[in-house]
Every structure is written in C-alpha cells, then in structure tokens.
Design a protein around this ligand. Structure first.
Ligand SMILES: Cc1ncc(COP(=O)(O)O)c(C=O)c1O
Length: 365
C-alpha cells in the first residue's frame, strides 16, 4: 500500500480517451497535440505517444518538455515571448505561434527559419467563466481584425484559434466554427494549417465523434488546411484520482472529515472556479464535508454521501484529478506533496515520483 496522498493515473482510463482521440485523428485527418498546460505528467508520455501527434505549449519550459519528453511534433505558443527566451523556444519547436502581430514583427528576424503562425480571436466562445473566456471584452488573446492580419500573411502559414472551453455540445462547436469561417474565411483560404485549440470535450460519453470528425474533415478540405486539435482535458479526463486518507472527523452542525491533502495546494482549479470535487459513488446514508488540511478556511473538496460513517484512516478517492491539477500544485502550508503513481493495464500500481522535504525547501531559498 502506498502512503497517501498520491495522484493515481490509471492507464485504462487514459486509454479510453486516447482511443477516441486516435479515432477522430484517423477519420478526420486532423492531428492531435497534447496541451501541456493541462497535463504535463511525462511518466505516461510513452504510453500516450502512439495516439497523439505531439504537444503544444504555453511557455519555454513547456515547449522544451514537449520536445524532450514527448517528441513528435512540437508547437510553441505563448501570450508573450521575452527577448531572452525566443532563441531557446525556437530551438525546441517545429512551429511557433505568436499571440499578436507586434510579437510576430518583433521576432520576425529570429523566427525566419521556422514555420510561423498567429493566434486569431473570433470574439465568440463557449466559456461560461469570465476568468477562462478567451473572447472576454478587451481580451489579449489573439488578433481579431482580419484587415490587420491580411497585411502579415507573407510571414505566416497558419493560425491557432482557441475559443472552446469545456464544450461538450457538438452543435455549439459546429456553430462557432461557422462563425469563424464567416469572419476569417478569406484568411483561412490562404493558410496551410489551422489549429482549433482545445476545450472540445469530444472524448466524453455520447459525443457524436463521427459528426465531429466529418466536420473537421470538411473544414480541412474546404480551406485546404491541415487541421490540428489541442486537447488537454479531453485527452486525460476521468483517468486519475487523488487518493487521500481521513485524518480527523468533527461535527460542527455537519459531519466533517479532514483528509491528508488540500484543494488549495493539490486541486487548485476547483477552488478558483468555485466547483466541487467529485467522489464516487456519492451515495449512502452518511453525509460528510470533505475538508483539506491547509489552514485556509475554505479548503473544502465538497460535500458527499458515503455508505458508512467515516473514520480516521479511511480512504477517500477524489475523482477526475488529472487536468489542471498536477501542473498547478503548490507548497502552500508546506502540506505534503502527493506522490504520483501509475496503475498499469494489468492493474499493478507503481509509484513514479515522491516529493520530500528537500523538494519543499528547494522550491524556495
Ligand atoms: C491555446 C490553448 N490550447 C489548448 C488548451 C487546452 O484546453 P482544454 O484542456 O480545455 O482541452 C487551452 C486551454 O486553455 C489553450 O488555451
């Protein structure tokens, strides 16, 4: 038995997603790049590599990790590159996508030898969170004026458009792609490749994969472009749990159970977006608020039902803990950092990384 807390990546869960990714890729001709901002736990890249075409990134560190640990095709993108990192970025990338015309122009000389693209902002998105909405008012994410983009077409051969966000509705995707075509159609005709970004939950249950793949293929044929997808969440959804142990139980008007992990430190996105964690099956006669062990008053995973009373030493598995978790974990309160373990297809579990006091100490100076 491994000591909790640990993230447990289940390869069988990954495979369910990866097979769908590969299916869409085969049927549509689109290429699929893993978005490292969502999931960068490279111990499973060997396993993922056969189903995907490479990685996309949001920083120098990510593009380097993608190049060194995943291989295949590596896209570089960043909201803004600094002068001191651009050469390094280019040395690790197959394509560089600039966020703005001014960045493209600033680095025109240095990037002359690499395939270049530009991020477009269609000013329409599927996001219900202002915080995560690339099309929010005054957004800095991409160029939106076709007339301005037209003037730099001699410097770029493609575009990246990321405007989906947790979108599990194919007809909404389809409609928004239609909006993109209306707005940027003349530019798309001049492009050789178009990345449609991430945020499309096509590996979810009942998503119409064939319609999706056929829409991508039709888009690709209409404009004569190689389509890319940048799945983050879709590639790893429901593959991982955060395994925790109950350290204490209290009754303060509600039953509380404190576990040996922290939502603030280990599943930060849930806190940022004010969402509850998931526990399964979440059924039974005993309701508990599952609380983290940091000092933050609101360090609460959520309220769930259990078949039995919880006791110190019981295991609580927090579901769906792969996306935007390990990439955001932090040392708040010095809480013990969850180890990373992998469950193989044969059911065997191996711990691949443990974090120690030295890691905590070395994260500061
Ligand atoms: C440019 C870009 N590509 C891909 C992704 C991955 O999105 P998701 O994890 O929702 O699939 C994001 C997420 O913010 C993004 O900004």
């Amino acid at each position: 038995m491994l000591q909790t807390p640990y993230y447990l990546i289940d390869k069988a869960g990954l495979l369910r997603n990866l097979e769908k990714v590969a299916y869409v890729r085969d049927r549509s001709g689109a290429r699929a790049l893993l978005a490292l901002k969502c999931f960068a736990t490279w111990c499973v890249f060997d396993f993922m590599r056969d189903y995907m075409d490479g990685t996309t990134s949001s920083s120098l560190n990510e593009v380097r990790l993608g190049h060194e640990r995943f291989g295949k095709e590596t896209h570089a993108y960043s909201v803004a590159y600094a002068d001191y990192e651009i050469d390094d970025v280019i040395s690790h990338a197959d394509k560089i996508i600039f966020n703005s015309i001014s960045q493209l122009e600033r680095f025109a000389g240095k990037s002359a030898g690499i395939v270049r693209g530009l991020r477009l902002n269609p000013q329409v998105s599927s996001s219900s969170f202002d915080l995560a909405d690339p099309a929010r008012p005054f957004s800095r994410l991409g160029e939106w004026d076709p007339a301005k983009v037209e003037k730099v077409m001699d410097r770029i051969s493609g575009f990246m458009i990321h405007n989906n966000c947790e979108n599990s509705d194919f007809s909404l995707f389809d409609r928004m792609l239609g909006d993109i075509e209306t707005r940027f159609g003349d530019l798309l005709k001049q492009a050789e490749w178009v990345s449609l970004g991430g945020g499309i939950h096509f590996t979810g249950e009942n998503y119409p994969l064939d319609l999706f793949a056929d829409r991508l293929k039709a888009f690709s044929q209409k404009y004569g472009v190689q389509v890319y997808l940048e799945p983050g969440e879709a590639a790893i959804t429901n593959s991982t749990t955060l395994e925790t142990t109950v350290l204490d139980t209290l009754f303060n008007g509600k039953n509380l159970a404190v576990v040996d992990a922290s939502i603030e430190a280990h599943m930060l996105d849930l806190l940022i977006y004010r969402e509850s964690a998931k526990v399964e099956p979440d059924a039974g006669d005993h309701a508990y608020m599952i609380c983290g062990k940091s000092c933050l008053a609101g360090d609460i995973f959520g309220e769930f039902r259990f078949p039995e009373k919880l006791r110190t030493g019981d295991r609580v598995s927090i579901q769906d803990a792969a996306g935007y978790t390990m990439v955001k974990k932090n040392w708040f309160n010095g809480v013990k950092m969850p180890a990373i373990a992998v469950k193989d297809l044969d059911g065997s579990i191996t711990s691949v990384r443990e974090f120690t006091y030295r890691d905590y100490e070395q994260s500061l100076s």
